[in-house]
Each structure stands twice: as C-alpha cells, then as structure tokens.
Design a protein. Structure first.
Length: 100
C-alpha cells in the first residue's frame, strides 16, 4: 500500500494516498457501528449528526478531537492511525475542510 502510494504520489499527489485512507475510514465507521448510535440521537439518517445545523465540528482540529472523544469515551478501540482514516473519510464525505 505504502509503496503504491509513493509511486502514485509523483503522478497524482493528493488523490493516490487519500483515496485508500478514505476507503479504510469508511470501513472502520461501518465496523464500529458509529452511525447506529448517531442515528438514535438525531433520529435522522446516518449522516445527520455530521450535517446538522448546530454541529460541534467546525474545523479539522475539532473533527480530530471529536473522533478521538467518541473513540475513547466509548471504548471503541481504534488505533491512532485508524482514527486518522476515519477523520479522512468523514472530511471527504461530509465536512470537506481539506477541500476548501
Ligand atoms: C454510543 C454512541 C456513539 C457511538 C458508538 C459513536 N458516537 Fe459519535 N457521537 C455520539 C453523540 C451522542 C454525539 C453528539 C455529541 C454532542 O452533540 O455533543 C456524537 C458526535 C460525533 C461527531 C460530531 C458531529 C458534529 O459535527 O456535531 C463525530 C465526528 C463523531 N461523533 C464521530 C464518531 C465516530 C467516527 C464514531 C465511530 C468510530 C462514533 N462517533 C461513534 C455518540 C456516539
């Protein structure tokens, strides 16, 4: 994975590396059932907690902090690297901080 990432990095710097992590993050969010709990809270669809008007997360730093909080508070057992993947996935899918 890393080697492919480096090889592609020369051609398409951001795309090559980010894509793998976003996909990894998507799987982690599904595996850890993040959405089922958020859904119970918002009574909306799976993405409602991230897109609600009064959302907590308004910057990349806050996104990282919130993922870490949900992870440790709830004992989900994500490794720091996995937290990063989840952050990449949520950013690419909902928040788009790095796209601005
Ligand atoms: C047992 C319930 C539960 C689980 C499981 C859970 N969360 Fe949460 N999460 C919450 C609650 C409750 C909030 C809302 C907190 C608030 O409004 O203060 C929240 C909020 C968030 C937010 C901020 C949304 C916003 O912009 O306001 C993010 C990001 C988030 N969770 C990520 C995750 C991720 C990633 C996972 C899985 C690895 C996860 N959560 C698992 C309960 C949970």
């Amino acid at each position: 994975m890393r080697i492919a990432c480096l090889a592609f990095a020369a051609l398409a710097p951001t795309l090559a590396c980010a894509a793998g992590e976003v996909e990894e993050g998507r799987k982690l969010v599904a595996e850890h059932r993040c959405e089922s709990c958020h859904q119970a809270k918002t009574l909306g669809d799976a993405s409602a907690v991230y897109l609600r008007k009064d959302r907590k997360v308004t910057s990349m730093a806050k996104l990282k902090a919130q993922v870490a909080l949900c992870n440790s508070e709830l004992n989900l057992g994500l490794f720091p690297e996995e937290e990063d993947h989840v952050v990449d996935f949520l950013d690419a899918t909902y928040y788009r901080f790095s796209a601005k």
